[in-house]
Write a protein that binds this ligand. Structure first.
Ligand SMILES: Cc1cc2nc3c(=O)[nH]c(=O)nc-3n(C[C@H](O)[C@H](O)[C@H](O)COP(=O)(O)OP(=O)(O)OC[C@H]3O[C@@H](n4cnc5c(N)ncnc54)[C@H](O)[C@@H]3O)c2cc1C
Length: 501
């Protein structure tokens, strides 16, 4: 391939084979680097991997994918790697949101006109707010597709940021410090409980925080991505296909992936990353691997642990001061198809009462397989429901198993209000807690979804891919543009461009 003739044969090690790490690794291998990827888990993919039970295939975390459309980030990267995009069907609606006590959902339709009609019917008087969001989305999306580096940390990064700016981008600038909550109040919508709750639910999924705190520019992107010409997709087979293809590309281009290999330490010398300590989980063997560049596909909290005493002090303090992050409680159900109502949308969100913050089983985000999508035997289906949970509840509890059982039963009772769940229709039940995520994805305390898209932590003010340690790069959902397979793929592309530069 032409890109490989520019080989610099520089050696890169990638810590973690999540979508961020694999994307960076596959791109670097394709551009001629010697790449070694290490992952502590059994299968690659991290939060976007799968597991199989009794003929069912369950997506561990991520269930819907953005960025598959022409020009979308997965599309761009798969085209560069010269590999086929996974087969997928668009989600329409992207989500059906049920507010407390309501039997008809708010459907986030894929068609922009249909979605406009739906929101005007659901939230009368809110259209000026939505129009602002649509304008911000248009300009922010165009800006992001010109590959800015955010936040910039040197002159080259700054140049990349500036080249992405156009007159339209300037329209977004005055909104840099606004939150969704503030803008709702400007439009006199602060007291619209249904609208606010709908936004809380949707934004919490994408930004980890509610409407009050989510940065407006981030929210515009998160909310706008569900409509054509963008959109959310359901992958044929399972989420695993995304990582499998990236691994195939990596290996085709001479890269190497070692599963069940834990990186225990990053070594630096004179402020520059030099090597890592690796432990082979099967043999217990520990060795050191040197590299020209080290790409860490871990949370920023995990990065601090890997650096240990070599972590730059200012950076460490910044990480320590981050607001506490959320974990996920997930139930994975294998069911008889008769448990699923007719015309069930692929993704649903339920809030069960208006009181209190969203979390701890009072809301569920639900993904349902459809016949022939490769996740369940004939006549069966998978139902995966997740809620936000405080990871400390799980790390400090005396009786972990009974708490997990209690959460599972509560979730199934909630789900039974919509699905026909009985001992006859329920074939398989399993649950994951922050402890499970900590074990299988290595994420600190099992936190998921990044650092939260509040003003002090989103885009221009977040954690850069370029760390203060030279030749050490951070890729994944702790960095811009945040969580999701599409988000972490952007961060991977940025790191690859920075390494090349
Ligand atoms: C319940 C849930 C639902 C979600 N739903 C969606 C969705 O529908 N759509 C969407 O786009 N996103 C969704 N997300 C978010 C998305 O899954 C993540 O943001 C994304 O997959 C994170 O990718 P990553 O590359 O940053 O890292 P991760 O997926 O965290 O991968 C990191 C990898 O590094 C490995 N690792 C960690 N430490 C070490 C070490 N020391 N040594 C070796 N290996 C190590 C881990 O084993 C893991 O494989 C969801 C997440 C969750 C938890």
């Amino acid at each position: 391939m032409s890109s490989r003739t520019y080989s610099k044969a520089k050696r890169v090690v990638v810590i973690g084979a999540g979508i961020g790490g694999l994307t960076a690794a596959a791109l670097l291998a394709h551009r001629g680097y010697q790449v070694l990827v290490l992952d502590q888990a059994l299968v690659p993919g991290g939060c976007a991997s799968t597991f199989k039970r009794r003929g069912f295939t369950f997506d561990v975390g991520a269930t819907q994918v953005a960025g598959l459309e022409p020009g979308g980030i997965h599309h761009r990267i798969f085209a560069e790697l010269d590999i086929d995009l996974p087969e997928a069907t668009p989600c329409d609606p992207a989500c059906a949101v049920y507010l407390p006590g309501e039997t008809q959902p708010i459907s986030v339709w894929r068609d922009p006109d249909r979605w406009q009609a739906e929101r005007q019917r659901q939230f009368p008087g809110s259209e000026p707010f939505w129009q602002l969001m649509a304008d911000l989305f248009r300009y922010s999306w165009a800006f992001q597709s010109r590959d800015p580096v955010l936040p910039p940390r040197n002159l080259w990064d700054f140049g990349q940021l500036v080249q992405a700016v156009r007159p339209g981008t300037l329209f977004t600038l005055p909104h840099t410090f606004s939150t969704v909550g503030q803008v709702l109040r400007w439009y006199g919508l602060g007291g619209d409980r249904r609208l606010k709750t709908f936004l809380d639910l949707q934004l919490k999924l994408y930004s980890q925080v509610d409407a009050e705190d989510t940065a407006l520019l981030y929210a515009a992107t998160a909310l706008g991505v569900s409509q054509e010409p963008q959109g959310l997709y359901h992958l044929q087979g399972s989420m695993q296909v995304l990582s499998d293809r990236l691994v195939a590309s990596l290996e085709r281009d001479g890269g190497k992936l070692l599963m069940r290999h834990t990186v225990e330490q990053i070594y630096t010398e004179n402020g520059q990353a030099k090597a890592i300590a690796i432990r082979n989980q099967k043999t217990g063997e520990i060795w050191t691997e040197t590299a020209d560049h080290i790409v860490a596909n871990v949370t920023v909290q995990n990065l601090m642990q890997l650096l240990g005493t070599e972590a730059p002090k200012g950076y460490e303090r910044r990480v320590e001061k981050l607001p506490s992050a959320s974990g996920a409680f997930v139930v994975y159900l294998g069911v008889d198809q008769s448990a699923i109502p007719a015309d069930c949308p692929p993704h649903l969100q339920f809030l069960y009462d208006y009181d209190g913050p969203i979390g701890e089983n009072n809301s569920l985000f639900v993904s349902v397989s459809h016949p022939g999508d490769g996740r369940a035997p004939e006549g069966k289906a998978t139902v995966i429901a997740s809620s936000f949970t405080d990871p400390t509840i799980w790390s400090h509890c005396d009786n972990y198993e009974s708490l997990k059982q209690q959460y599972t039963e509560e979730a199934i009772a909630r789900l039974s209000q919509f699905f026909h769940l009985t001992p006859e229709t329920l074939v398989h039940t399993e649950a994951a807690t922050p402890r499970t995520f900590a074990h299988f994805t290595g994420r600190d305390r099992g936190i998921v979804g990044g650092i939260g898209q509040r003003i002090p932590t989103f885009g221009p003010f977040g954690f850069a891919n370029r760390t203060p340690v030279k030749h050490l790069w951070l890729v994944g959902d702790s960095t811009h543009p945040g969580e999701g397979t599409a988000g972490v793929s952007y961060s991977a592309l940025t790191v690859v461009r920075q390494i090349e530069a």
